[in-house]
Write a protein of this length. Structure first.
Length: 424
């Protein structure tokens, strides 16, 4: 556990300096350090946990310290330890002992181990009272203040629910490949392996407890995929039919592309600008037992560089965005994003939408998607697009969990925005 605390401190420090958590952890795994699967799991849990509750943990630490602690390594070690004391099942004495030992490694100051010991034991004695003293929005909701303010303005009746949902552990959801097995039949297969799963909608099954992929029956045989229930709405909403020429413009890692191929026999072009990520798309197609018409490495912004000149009947545009709807899966996002990023994302999204609109057939449909909950990337952008494109019509989407195309994050799914546009 000492090694896990130490490396989690390094990971958190890098993230709060502006680096993506997934990349940071990959660098640690690929280093020469001898780490068991159990140690990797512990490092990941500590890193994700601290970033998920960073606002609250930081507020607690400020209450526990008389002066601002300048030593960032010690500060992050205390955050890691507070997370363990607050949210893990490990014995408190073991957490404190490991933290004191880790402090000796991280700091050459003689008083560091004593400080860590005193702060953590103070928290153990007064945890309930300290939690009640947290008064700031950041401490209560563990999100940046600008983020909280924006949600409060855009969703005055729902912002607390959104923030709380974004701080929960995400659901693990399967998408049954209905071309190979029925949903009920696969659910029964899970039950035979003592795996409980509830139907959310269509082919989406939510596992009662997350499991390693290798423990899921039929995964290698392509009977199902791992995909959020909210993301599983995309392919059906695009309304594809046999023989249609379809483009998935931002295809990686391939969840929506493969879903489209499971719904109908179509001529699918799966496009992505990242060659490495495109390999994952190909691997997913191979596992599921179907292949796209074309697998293309190219940028949706510049169709002239990869388009063959044949207009598409359907286009799925899952555009790059702030990812504010998937914070429960990627808690580093809320601390890495800046409010100024939203206008940059919106500008890029508008440019992609304009470029793809030109290669859509008349009477064709384009499904615009973001995993964002901010209006700048969603409702506002689509309204502006409709104003500037007289040949565009917004089609109604009927789904009980959506309001104006917005699916808010919950215990069942991530947050997504959908807008189905028809070219008249």
């Amino acid at each position: 556990m000492i090694k896990a605390q130490h490396l989690a401190v390094i990971a958190i420090r890098r993230v709060l300096s502006g680096k993506n958590l997934t990349e940071v952890l990959q660098e640690i795994w690929q280093s020469n350090l001898p780490l068991s699967h159990q140690q990797q799991g512990a490092i990941q849990d500590l890193s994700y946990g601290v970033l998920r509750y960073y606002g609250q943990l930081n507020a607690l630490l400020n209450l526990l310290l008389d002066n601002t602690l300048q030593d960032l390594k010690l500060r992050y070690l205390l955050l890691v330890s507070l997370y363990q004391l607050q949210y893990s099942k490990a014995p408190s004495y073991a957490i404190v002992d490991h933290a004191v030992s880790t402090a000796r490694i991280l700091s050459n100051k003689r008083g560091a181990p004593g400080l860590v010991n005193a702060v953590l034991r103070n928290f153990i004695r007064n945890s309930s009272a300290l939690c009640e003293q947290i008064s700031s929005d950041i401490g209560k909701y563990s999100h940046p203040q600008w983020w909280i303010n924006k949600l409060r303005k855009q969703y005055p009746n729902h912002y607390k629910t959104i923030l709380n949902a974004s701080n929960q552990h995400p659901a693990m959801t399967l998408r049954v490949n209905v071309r190979k097995i029925g949903v009920k039949a696969y659910q029964e297969m899970l039950e035979e392996h003592d795996i409980k799963a509830d139907l959310i909608w269509d082919a989406a099954l939510k596992l009662a407890q997350p499991l390693p992929i290798e423990k899921l029956p039929g995964f290698k045989d392509g009977l199902m995929s791992i995909q959020d229930a909210g993301a599983q709405l995309a392919a059906p909403l695009l309304d594809v039919h046999e023989g249609m020429h379809v483009l998935d413009a931002c295809a990686a890692p391939g969840g929506k592309s493969t879903h489209l191929m499971e719904l109908a026999q179509i001529k699918l072009t799966a496009l992505d600008s990242n060659a490495q990520r495109l390999k994952r798309v190909a691997e997913n197609f191979e596992r599921l037992g179907n292949e796209p018409h074309r697998l293309v490495c190219g940028d949706a912004l510049y169709p002239s560089e990869w388009w063959d000149g044949q207009a598409f009947d359907r286009i799925l545009a899952d555009v790059p965005c702030s990812a504010s709807g998937v914070v429960s899966r990627h808690p580093d996002i809320k601390w890495l994003r800046r409010q100024t990023d939203l206008s940059l994302f919106a500008s890029n999204q508008e440019n992609i939408l304009n470029a793809l609109w030109k290669i859509l057939k008349r009477e064709g449909k384009l499904l615009y998607i973001t995993c964002s909950i901010f209006h700048e990337e969603n409702l506002i952008l689509i309204k502006e697009f409709l104003k500037s494109h007289q040949d565009a019509r917004l089609l109604p989407l009927s789904h009980s969990d959506m309001v104006n195309g917005q699916l808010l994050p919950s215990s069942l799914h991530d947050g997504f925005f959908y807008a189905l546009l028809c070219k008249t």
